[in-house]
Design a protein around this ligand. Structure first.
Ligand code: ZN
Length: 49
């Protein structure tokens, strides 16, 4: 399990791979191991608003 390649999307509320990361937050981690962020899909959805 390579947790370093995963991040936690705060919109989807689930872990996703870095390949799907649209935005990563530098502050805050999910369960210490995973950086918080926003996946590409959610970022696009946010922009369209
Ligand atoms: Zn997402």
């Amino acid at each position: 399990m390579e947790h370093s390649v995963l991040f936690y999307c705060v919109k989807c509320e689930q872990l996703k791979t870095m390949e799907q990361a649209g935005l990563l937050f530098r502050t805050g981690y999910y369960r210490v191991l995973y950086p918080l962020g926003c996946c590409v899909h959610c970022e696009i959805a946010t922009r369209s608003v």
